[in-house]
Ligand binder design. Structure first.
Ligand code: ATP
Ligand code: MG
Length: 352
């Protein structure tokens, strides 16, 4: 029996509603599946913790987390209590950076029973693999004054190591899916970094001759995400392009409340972190109506990461049966509460 230790950080706002709901689902899944077991340990690190202790987590917080197999996080942020830059850098971004979570994985799929702004009946099922540590979001650059002219210069940093790493991850993932990788580029407009990106993509693809490849300029790709998202399987993108593409893919799914995500450490030195796309949603927090699907699907990504693809698939199937049945929170057009959705998923898992 595989045993996984999971550090659970519900965080703020609806994180405290959707995380316990998702943990319950994962416990039931492990119970009925039988091949693995979770040991969950909860940490109260959040903006409330900050209000009491003057920090988002204890000084030895990272040392504590290091010992776990994975981190299961809800959402962090309560701008009324703690400025966002403090809450983000004090916990979320600190973990991402210190634990070298260099790859961000964000699946997007048309779920049965969830109305998408896209009217195309074909549906879609894709994953964006985003570089999470370098690229356009560098700290290199600055402000200059030349006479009366003021300007800002921002450098984008693409290392061969970082670029190859994210591309290999995308190709490996594609081998477990429909064996198709699309590269998001802009080598017709960006002079240095994007031709380099294309070159590395060509080099890496030689090791994956069984995988079909294509390449789109980011502007055309953004349009295709709306017009024909079903033509994509795995899409590999730089930090900025991936950021934009995953907002689009999240929007075309129908609600940010269902979008899952994973921050992956690929060198095995530190745990990876599983955290849905949505934030703490202070506007609906405490009302029991937050959609738990994003958090539950994120739990399925964690299972896939541990190699339990069958259990992850089973969970996704049941999750979709429940939305198809109309047991949905208000953000996707239903009248059910957070716990109605997770309880129904648990009930169906037990019945299988
Ligand atoms: P952050 O800065 O943490 O990303 P944000 O305010 O930009 O926060 P969210 O907290 O994700 O973004 O909220 C955006 C909108 O989506 C809000 O109106 C919120 O109520 C809604 N929302 C987010 N997550 C959910 C969810 N799980 N269920 C229902 N609605 C949600
Ligand atoms: Mg936001």
């Amino acid at each position: 029996m595989d045993v996984y230790t999971i550090a659970v950080i519900p965080g703020d706002g609806i994180g405290r509603e959707v995380v316990p709901a998702a943990v319950e689902v994962l416990k039931v899944l492990a119970e009925v599946h039988g091949g693995f077991h979770f040991k969950f340990q909860e940490f109260p690190w959040s903006c409330d913790y900050y209000a009491e202790h003057g920090e988002m987590m204890p000084v030895d917080g990272l040392d504590i987390l290091k010992g776990f197999d994975a981190i299961f996080l809800g959402a962090v942020g309560n701008p009324g209590l703690v400025p966002d830059h403090i809450s983000l850098w004090g916990l979320l971004l600190k973990i991402r950076r210190e634990f070298e979570q260099v790859i961000n994985v964000r699946p997007a799929k048309a779920l049965k029973g969830v109305a998408s702004p896209l009217t195309d009946p074909q549906g879609f099922d894709l994953v964006v693999v985003r570089e999470n540590s370098e690229g356009e979001y560098s700290e290199i650059g600055g402000r200059l004054h030349r006479g009366d002219d003021e300007m800002a210069i921002q450098a984008a940093v693409f290392t061969r190591k970082g670029t190859e790493r994210v591309m290999r991850y995308a190709f490996e993932l594609a081998r477990t899916r429909r064996k198709h990788v699309t590269s998001a580029t802009k080598s017709n407009g960006i002079y240095h970094t994007m031709p380099f990106w294309d070159e590395v993509f060509k080099d890496v693809q030689r090791d994956y001759r069984d995988v079909r490849v294509d390449s789109y300029h980011i502007d055309a790709l953004a349009a295709q995400f709306v017009a024909r998202p079903y033509v994509f399987d795995v899409v590999v993108a730089s930090n900025l392009f991936g950021d934009i593409l995953t907002d689009i893919s999240g929007a075309v799914m129908g609600s940010i409340g269902i979008a899952p995500a994973a921050n992956i450490n690929v060198n095995g030195r530190y745990p990876s972190m599983f955290e849905p796309v949505h934030g703490s949603a202070p506007d609906i927090a405490g009302r029991g109506i937050a959609n738990p699907i994003g958090q539950i699907w994120t739990g399925a990504l964690m299972l896939e990461h541990f190699g339990h693809r069958d259990a992850a698939q089973e969970l996704l199937q049941v999750m979709e049966d429940v939305t198809a049945e109309g047991i949905k929170t208000p953000d996707i057009g239903g009248h059910s509460g957070t716990r109605d959705v997770s309880d129904e998923i648990c009930r169906r898992l037990r019945r299988r």
